[in-house]
Design a protein around this ligand. Sequence first.
Ligand code: HEC
Length: 134
Amino acid sequence: MKLRLSLAVLVAVSLTGCGSENNSATVAGSVVETVPEVVAVEAPAEVNPEVLAADLKSLGCYACHAIETKRVGPSYRAVAEKYRDQSDAVPALVAKVINGGGGVWGPIPMVTHPHLKSEQLTPLIERILQLPAE
Ligand code: HEC
C-alpha cells in the first residue's frame, strides 16, 4: 500500500516535470538565469554563561553580582532583561560601571571602577545584554 502510494507520487511528479518545457525564463531571446539572492544574516552570537562568568569574576564584578541571582547588585540575567532591546544602553552602562552610581535597582549604589577601560567593558556589557531570557 505504502509502496503503491509513493509510486503514484513519483509518477505524478515526473509527469509534471516533463510537462513543463519552460524551465528557464527567456527574455528577448537570451536565457536569464535566476540566481537566488543570498542575504547574509548574522547569527546572534551565542553567549556562553560560564565563559562570561569567568570574565566577570576576573574583573571583580562577582563580588556583588552573579548571572542568575541578585546579590548586592542585580543579577546579570535581570540586567539583560531590562536593557536587551535598548541598543543605546551599552555606552551608558559602561559609563556607569566606570563612574559608579545608583538609583536603578535599589538603594545601594555601584562602586566606581576607574581602572577599567570602556574598550574593555563594552564587549563585556554587550555579552551581558545578549544573555538569553530564561
Ligand atoms: C561593590 C559592589 C559592585 C561591584 C564590584 C560591581 N557592581 Fe555592578 N552594580 C552594583 C550595584 C549595587 C548595582 C545597582 C545600581 C543601581 O541600582 O543603580 C549595580 C548595577 C550594575 C549594572 C546595571 C546598571 C544600571 O544602571 O542598570 C551593570 C551593567 C553592572 N552593575 C555591571 C557591573 C560590572 C560589569 C562590574 C565589574 C566590572 C560590576 N558591576 C561590579 C554593585 C557592584
